[in-house]
Design a protein. Structure first.
Length: 106
């Protein structure tokens, strides 16, 4: 099972700035960049013990235009590591950028 640290290393191989949760105010790099975070966990319990913990992870990719090549690289990363994902795309009008959000479980 992949850890958050291993996911970070995999994301860094895309050669984009990567940060957990957010860049500090005024420290955001040029587009595109990646934010990832772990908003929740799923616990499988039995006999008063936790048997397995699954971390829900959101990976957000911010870019100024729709980058199909970058989307393909992310999908390849997920497939290579046997990570299933859901996907949502949003255009942030005020910031004039796209946000691709992938949800995976580790």
């Amino acid at each position: 099972m992949m850890t958050l640290q291993e996911l970070y290393k995999q994301l860094k191989q895309l050669q984009l700035p990567v940060q957990y949760y957010m860049f500090q105010e005024g420290q955001s790099p040029n587009l595109p960049y990646i934010i990832y975070y772990n908003p929740s966990e799923q616990h499988e319990n039995a006999d008063n013990a936790t048997l397995h913990i699954s971390k829900d992870v959101i990976i957000e990719v911010y870019s100024e235009f729709k980058d199909l090549s970058l989307e393909d690289k992310l999908k390849e990363l997920f497939n290579k590591n046997k990570l299933t994902y859901t996907f949502q795309e949003t255009y942030l009008k005020e910031e004039r950028m796209y946000m691709l959000a992938y949800q995976i479980s580790l």
